[in-house]
Design a protein around this ligand. Structure first.
Ligand code: ZN
Ligand code: FE
Length: 257
């Protein structure tokens, strides 16, 4: 299977998938129609399916126009009146699409929004705005417990899973991670790597889950250095992981960006 990364707006990524011997494609989170249509044309493909992770406009904005150009397109998404899906999917559903050989598994990852889902197959996770490289989505609707549960679910996927997230936020996220984890050599290595990738005009995602587990403070709520930094910063004693996650998120929201 081929996966094409489509950059859009200032820092979004849409993901287009197709098989070598089929002329049809699937796109995840098309926030805009134009770059998707261009990529389809460039590769001589028809669009058969759209997978939506959550209702934010930078993830669904291109759907009406894509539906005009491809009237038979199937749109998959969670139950949410704000999402124009005609195939409603929920946690642990399996999706089989005509255009792709692999089946997708749906994961409920609510937290960034109340109906946020992710799509997983073959050690690839399309997680929208739930997890980013070295960061995670803001809590617009869900609770800290929701997001902690979602991130724990992702943490427990195979370590070789590639994280196909929806934004290029990596360098900024590393800036915050360094405040909590200044002596983490893996994090400093990743910073150097990310700077050189961006300098070449390339992309820092997808990223490998095994690496995220070493550097992403929002997956490291059980790490001693992160726990110490959070306790010191807020001058409190915290005993559970969901609380560590909660304070880490609050720290970033209130004092970083
Ligand atoms: Zn979003
Ligand atoms: Fe987004």
């Amino acid at each position: 299977m081929n996966i094409i990364q489509i950059p859009a707006f200032t820092d979004n990524y849409f993901w287009l998938m197709f098989e070598d011997n089929k002329k049809s494609a699937v796109v995840v989170d098309p926030g805009d129609h134009a770059p998707v249509i261009k990529s389809l044309k460039d590769n001589n493909l028809e669009l058969t399916d759209i997978l939506i992770t959550h209702h934010h406009n930078d993830h669904i904005g291109g759907v009406p126009e894509l539906k005009k150009v491809f009237p038979k397109v199937n749109i998959f998404g969670p139950l949410d009146s704000r999402i124009p899906a005609d195939n409603i999917v929920k946690d642990e559903d399996i999706i089989k699409l005509d255009s792709l050989y692999e089946e997708f598994r749906v994961l409920d990852v609510r937290g960034h929004t109340n109906s946020h889902i992710a799509y997983y197959f073959d050690k690839k996770l399309f997680c929208g705005d739930t997890l980013f490289s070295c960061g995670c989505g803001r809590l617009f609707e869900g609770t800290h417990n929701d997001m902690h549960r979602a991130l724990t679910k992702i943490k427990n996927l195979p370590k070789e899973t590639m994280i196909y997230c929806a934004h290029e936020y990596t360098l900024d996220n590393i800036g915050f991670a360094k405040i909590l984890d200044p002596e983490n050599s893996e994090l400093l290595n990743r910073e150097r790597e990310v700077k050189s990738i961006l300098k070449k005009g390339e992309y820092t995602v997808p990223s490998l889950l095994a690496n995220e587990l070493k550097i992403n403070p929002f997956l490291r709520f059980d790490n001693k250095n992160i726990i110490n930094s959070v306790q010191k910063h807020f001058n409190i004693k915290i005993s559970n992981e969901a609380e560590i996650f909660k304070y880490t998120r609050e720290w970033k929201d209130n004092e970083y960006d």
